[in-house]
Design a protein around this ligand. Structure first.
Ligand code: ATP
Ligand code: MG
Length: 219
């Protein structure tokens, strides 16, 4: 089984990495593919450039062979729709291999507003990762979808290529990229929330530091 963790990764942090490891071990996945999106569909565009987000992912994933950096969304024009990404993964891995889309509870709350969600479920399982402060079944429609598709055991995912929903308990780390960007903007170092190599890169590139209007060139 292959786990797929899509995201903005602006920047990648220990919440992502620990969640991926908990899923890898808890579901006996062969690998987790980290898939940075190029153009976000449901949110503002990232502050870091694509090259900077990639550099941070490379630094974070360097010593974990089961974590694979998957650049396929970056090579495609237009918005990054998960359905298209899954079609491309199916072409590469074939129709039988179970694919598990790992999404945080916050992302699952909006799942029915994604582009063609039921077609997504034809191509992959959904693994909903519990996340502090987010109710995974925030609406009756999501609860209904879950009840129709529920899988209690990783074995049930392994038995088919896609179509099921499993709730995965994780080490609960209340870390988000938003919080990290806010800390930096306030002049505070977000140490211990993300790998040192990523923090070093952020500081070298002066990422997420608001430009000081007093020092920027006048028009
Ligand atoms: P932002 O605050 O900019 O939205 P983020 O921390 O939510 O960033 P994303 O790149 O948006 O990170 O997240 C990619 C995926 O990882 C999403 O499915 C998200 O729910 C999940 N995720 C991110 N942080 C955590 C966490 N601490 N615990 C569990 N899942 C997480
Ligand atoms: Mg997010």
């Amino acid at each position: 089984m292959i786990g797929l963790l899509g995201g903005t990764f602006d920047p990648i942090h220990f919440g992502h990495l620990r969640a991926a490891l908990d899923c890898l071990q808890g579901l006996a996945l062969d690998q987790v593919r980290f898939i940075p999106l190029r153009i976000a569909v449901h949110r503002p565009q990232p502050l870091a450039s694509t090259a900077q987000r990639l550099a941070m992912l490379e630094a974070a994933l360097a010593d974990a062979p089961e974590f694979v950096l998957d650049r396929r969304e970056l090579h495609r024009d237009g918005p990054s729709y998960t359905l298209h990404t899954l079609r491309s993964l199916r072409d590469e891995f074939g129709p039988e291999r179970p694919l598990c889309l790992l999404i945080g509870a916050d992302a699952y709350a909006g799942f029915l507003q994604w582009y063609r969600p039921l077609e997504i479920l034809e191509l992959a399982h959904l693994v909903v990762m519990r996340r502090p402060g987010h109710d995974p079944v925030a609406s009756p429609a999501l609860r209904q979808l879950y009840l129709e598709r529920v899988c209690e055991e990783p074995r049930c995912l392994a038995a088919r290529a896609g179509g099921r929903i499993l709730f995965q308990t994780l080490t609960q780390l209340d870390i988000s990229s938003t919080r990290i960007r806010e800390l930096i903007a306030q002049g505070r170092r977000p140490r211990y929330l993300l790998p040192d190599a990523v923090l070093d890169y952020i500081e070298r590139e002066r990422l997420y530091v608001p430009t000081d209007p007093a020092r920027s060139p006048q028009p």
